[in-house]
Design a binder for this molecule. Structure first.
Ligand code: GLY
Length: 348
């Protein structure tokens, strides 16, 4: 993950990469006295950091992403006497990397953190790029910090036993990367890659976006492709859909909206549908979805500073030789609400 100064860090992807955590730590410049391993019950991976360590278990599920979990964790760190000369190692999915990362960012005003990502969602998204935080009753991720890890290990062997619905959680993000990353002519499209290669390619795409805009001043927002409607579907709390499934519907919707706005053509919309269906993810809103409610939630989206805001695909300007440079996504603000509403009908 390239970052300015000496803050770049390795992201290692592959089967059993976590087995060698003890050798990867010094390799990544982490010279810790002790390690606080933060994980959850049921995470199918235990790690050996090669130094004196203690395991701290936080509760399961998104509902564990709270200030009280954070307080409990930091108090346990204090009881054990964790110092800035030590390291926090988060082992798990996005909840663990968000909470462990935020605890590391804030305890003693900052302790190094390493993420061992065990779910597809964490490997292609949550563990990469330094976003950490917890939820409030008023909204998700409302309290947090940017705190870059020193090392990320994406152990793809952990995916063998990942429950199918957890897998679908990450596949929606993987589908998103099909539209963010190129490919450059000499690269193979994500379709042609094995799962391990695909995870590695998603990490590369995310790393390039974060390197250009670490603190989300602009370009990083493109990582939210498919998320405006996706988040709205999740926020209503009415539908039995995982994050990746909601994002999948949001991707098809964003393509249809892009087409309605004249930014892309029918073939490109069909490409979105093909990719999403290829991951066996939904392309349609759940039965009875309420357009008024979805519109109201999208209008409250914390990224919607200037009217209804979406990340949308479009044809890039042609180069000096007049040849098209393909497609790319960008943030589009102030989209007409009647258009937003009528395009919802294309995904019913
Ligand atoms: N998950 C979006 C981001 O890391 O910016």
């Amino acid at each position: 993950m390239p970052l300015p100064g000496d803050r770049s860090y390795p992201v290692l992807v592959g089967r059993d990469v976590a087995v060698d955590l003890a050798t990867h730590l010094p390799g990544a410049g982490v010279r810790a006295g002790r390690a606080a391993v933060v994980t959850q019950e049921g995470i199918p991976l235990s790690v050996d950091p090669g130094v004196d360590h203690r395991v701290f278990t936080i509760p399961d599920g998104e509902s564990a992403k709270t200030l009280s979990t954070l307080e409990g964790l930091c108090r346990s760190f204090a009881e054990w006497g964790l110092t800035r000369g030590d390291v926090v190692v988060g082992v798990g999915g996005g909840v663990v990397t968000d909470v462990a990362g935020f605890a590391a960012a804030s305890y003693h005003r900052g302790v190094p953190v390493v993420h061992v990502a065990t779910t597809l969602l964490a490997q292609v998204d949550a563990a990469i790029g330094g976003k950490t935080g917890v939820n409030l009753p008023e909204g998700k991720n409302l309290v947090g910090a940017f705190w870059q890890p020193s090392l990320v290990l994406c152990d793809t062997a952990a995916l063998d036993t990942l429950p199918e619905r957890e897998m679908r959680c990450g596949l929606g993000e993987v589908a998103k990367y099909h539209f963010l990353g190129g490919p450059a002519p000499e690269e193979r499209a994500l379709d042609d890659l094995s799962l391990d290669q695909r995870v590695a390619r998603c990490v590369e795409i995310k790393a390039a976006v974060v390197a250009a805009d670490e603190r989300e001043g602009g370009r990083r927002a493109i990582l939210n492709y498919g998320h405006t409607l996706g988040h709205a579907i999740e926020t209503t709390g009415r539908y039995d859909l995982r994050h990746g499934e909601a994002v999948a519907i949001g991707l098809v919707y964003a393509a249809e909206l892009g087409r309605a706005l004249g930014r892309i053509d029918a073939d490109r919309v069909a490409e979105h549908r093909r990719i999403v269906e290829g991951y066996d993810l939904p392309t349609r809103l759940p039965d009875g979805a309420d357009a008024d409610e979805l519109l109201a939630v999208m209008a409250r989206d914390k990224k919607a500073l200037d009217g209804l805001t979406f990340v949308l695909d479009g044809v890039l300007d042609s180069g000096p030789d007049g040849a098209s440079r393909g497609h790319g996504v960008e943030v589009v603000s102030d989209v007409d609400s009647e258009m937003v509403r009528s395009v919802l009908e294309t995904v019913r």
